[in-house]
Design a protein around this ligand. Structure first.
Ligand SMILES: Nc1ncnc2c1ncn2[C@@H]1O[C@H](COP(=O)(O)OP(=O)(O)O)[C@@H](O)[C@H]1O
Ligand SMILES: [Mg+2]
Length: 259
């Protein structure tokens, strides 16, 4: 293992407590900025709520944070490691410590549910097949989907796929998790279950970014907020600051008032 990948695997929480940091992240699409000099910081054990209307650049920003898309300008640091400077091997090592729940599930169609969930554990290569089997059964029970290991993704409803992709992201208990719209399209009962899981993860010390339009659901969970529109930051700060923010659009978005 190279020194760089070793560094990526064995990381300690930075002394200033900031586990995710974006500095001036910009991305252009046909010369228009789809992300415009975005800054953010997420401290250890806290959750940042990333909010904004559709096509604001939320999903793109978290893909850049995970190293799936390279920014055109700026830097992303995970535990003080500059993600934008890593090679593919080092990125893979970094992703081992970072769970991501994608907006569009991203389950492998050709694998059954059990294999999908076991994949991160198998890639990590630290667990026996028996402990993998037990862990998969355990996490499926936590999302009220016991015993569906043998089903194929195409046999599942949207809500079931959401829950399976959720558990696949958290099965290794990664210290950092990014949730892109974890309750989008789910019924209220299933959404409540997912928010409960997010709350449990946070109680266990997970550092996270959550993208959601369900402000009532994430309001009690998030410590900090970043509101973007057309890739620009309209608000960045904590819950009491956004409660008191007088900027008309921020007020309107935060309170769900009609235009
Ligand atoms: N890899 C990419 N490179 C450049 N532009 C992109 C990329 N992915 C998405 N976009 C554009 O960025 C904008 C924001 O998309 P997205 O991040 O999906 O919005 P949101 O998640 O806030 O709804 C869209 O206009 C989209 O076309
Ligand atoms: Mg999105």
């Amino acid at each position: 293992m190279s020194a760089a990948s070793k560094q990526v695997t064995h990381v300690e929480v930075p002394r200033d407590g900031v586990r995710i940091r974006c500095q001036g992240v910009s991305k252009y699409y046909r010369r228009t900025a789809v992300l415009d000099a975005v800054d953010l910081e997420v401290r250890d054990g806290t959750m940042l709520g990333l909010i904004g209307p559709g096509a604001a650049g939320k999903s793109l920003l978290v893909k850049i944070i995970c190293g799936l898309v390279a920014p055109d300008e700026g830097h992303v640091f995970i535990d003080d490691i500059d993600v934008t400077r890593l090679r593919e091997r080092e990125l893979q090592a970094l992703r081992m410590r970072l769970g991501m729940v994608f907006q569009n599930y991203a389950l492998f169609d050709f694998m059954n549910v059990g294999e999908n969930i076991a994949l991160p554990l198998r890639m990590e290569g630290r667990s026996s097949e028996t402990s993998i089997r037990n862990r998969v059964a355990e996490v499926l029970e936590q999302v009220a989907l016991p015993g569906i290991q043998d089903k194929m993704p195409r046999e599942l409803s949207g809500g079931m796929k959401k829950r399976v992709s959720f558990v696949r992201a958290v099965v290794r208990r990664p210290p950092i998790v990014i949730y892109d719209d974890p309750t989008g399209g789910l019924d209220p009962v299933t959404s409540a279950k997912i928010f409960r899981l997010l709350s449990d993860m946070k109680a266990q010390g997970t550092t996270s970014i959550t993208i959601s339009h369900d402000l009532d659901g994430i309001r009690p969970l998030c410590d900090q907020w970043l509101l973007i529109e057309h890739g620009k930051t309209l608000f960045s700060g904590d819950t009491s600051a956004i409660d008191q923010c007088e900027t008309p659009y921020v007020r309107q978005f935060w309170r769900g008032e009609p235009a």
